[in-house]
Design a binder for this molecule. Structure first.
Ligand SMILES: Cc1cc2nc3c(=O)[nH]c(=O)nc-3n(C[C@H](O)[C@H](O)[C@H](O)COP(=O)(O)OP(=O)(O)OC[C@H]3O[C@@H](n4cnc5c(N)ncnc54)[C@H](O)[C@@H]3O)c2cc1C
Length: 301
């Protein structure tokens, strides 16, 4: 199986190439801009598209379509960012290719598993077209492995001017999120068991002691807005596979659990002994997180 990988970020490109290596016979990566000095893991070849001044990522769609027609991979693996999703849709329309989104498992024969009905069921899908455009989230195919950049063969693929261009009117800096949850070995997840934003400090102290990162359930990010959207875990957020996951005040709804069910050990703290999280946790403590977590942190210190 031949796989072409396209991602907005180099870290994601590396991760997807490493994952593609495990299921594909040949892996090629697409890079916009110079490839020198960039580490790309697991790719047999890099297609370098010269970066165009002022161009938006979507402006490369025609170029990517031409590259797809040339390479004819069985699968084009794409990072599921907003921009890449737009490109995937356009490529599908231009080339008549199938798109499979939110993939949580991809096998060597191209079968893709994805959650449907908000995580209540899993659908196994296979593209009916020669090339499948498959969108896989961070952590699904495993983290990036050691670089083999020196083995990458590189070829320039010329930019094709788009018929309709996007014009950037204004750019504003977003506050930076300094967490690397997909690659964290230990993650502390916070849920609605916390009463106010300042109380999350309890979770941060635990994370500091265990050398981990803090993530959250969707309502904490989307509803309360106490944490950035990039840090929520679950079917519509991040899929993680840490060694240890602490679920603090998280009920354990399926939409959250699918994001952590590849964790090696799940430790849940919840005051409700009937909370669904306890059915999937390896260790559970029934009690008030406001008492248990500080005591645990102090003991672990
Ligand atoms: C289409 C769809 C997609 C979704 N995607 C996601 C997703 O990607 N990720 C996600 O997380 N959710 C997602 N959700 C939402 C999901 O269904 C749940 O609503 C959400 O996960 C619940 O978050 P929670 O566990 O923090 O809150 P709750 O369900 O309200 O649970 C809070 C828990 O805290 C416990 N608690 C309260 N006080 C304390 C205390 N002092 N000490 C200890 N425990 C305490 C309670 O007993 C309770 O179990 C999605 C929903 C839909 C419909």
């Amino acid at each position: 199986m031949n796989i072409l990988v396209f991602a907005e970020k180099f870290t994601a490109l590396n991760e997807l190439c490493s994952g593609a290596r495990q299921i594909g016979d040949r892996v090629e990566a697409v890079v916009i801009g110079p490839v020198e000095g960039q580490d790309i893991t697991g790719a047999d070849k890099i297609w370098a598209i010269p970066a165009q001044s002022g161009a938006m990522l979507e402006d490369y769609t025609e170029t990517l379509a031409a590259l797809l027609s040339k390479v004819e991979p069985d699968i084009m693996l794409v990072q599921p960012t907003k921009r890449c999703k737009l490109i995937a849709g356009r490529l599908a329309a231009m080339l008549g290719a199938s798109v499979i989104t939110d993939v949580m498992e991809l096998s060597k024969n191209g079968d893709a598993k994805r959650m449907v009905y908000g995580g209540a069921a899993i659908s196994t899908e296979k593209a009916a077209t020669t090339t499948a455009i498959v969108m896989v989230g961070p952590g699904v195919l495993g983290g990036a492995t050691q670089s083999n950049t020196s083995n990458n063969e590189a070829e320039t693929f010329n930019f094709i001017e788009p018929k309709i261009k996007l014009i950037v009117i204004r750019k504003e800096q977003k506050p930076k999120v300094f967490v690397d949850l997909p690659n964290a070995k230990r993650v502390v997840g916070v849920g609605r068991g916390f009463v106010k934003a300042e109380d999350l400090e309890i979770a941060h102290q635990l994370a500091e002691v265990i050398g981990g990162e803090v993530g959250c359930s969707r309502p904490i990010a989307e509803g309360e807005k106490w944490m950035p959207k990039e840090t929520y875990i679950g079917v519509s957020g991040l899929m993680l596979s840490p060694e240890v996951y602490f679920a603090l005040g998280i009920s354990g709804q399926v939409q959250h659990m699918v994001g952590i069910n590849r964790s090696k050990v799940v430790i849940a703290i919840n005051k409700d002994k009937n909370a669904p999280i306890f059915k999937q946790a390896d260790y559970g403590i029934v009690g008030d997180l406001y008492k248990i977590v500080p005591a645990l942190t102090s003991k672990l210190k």
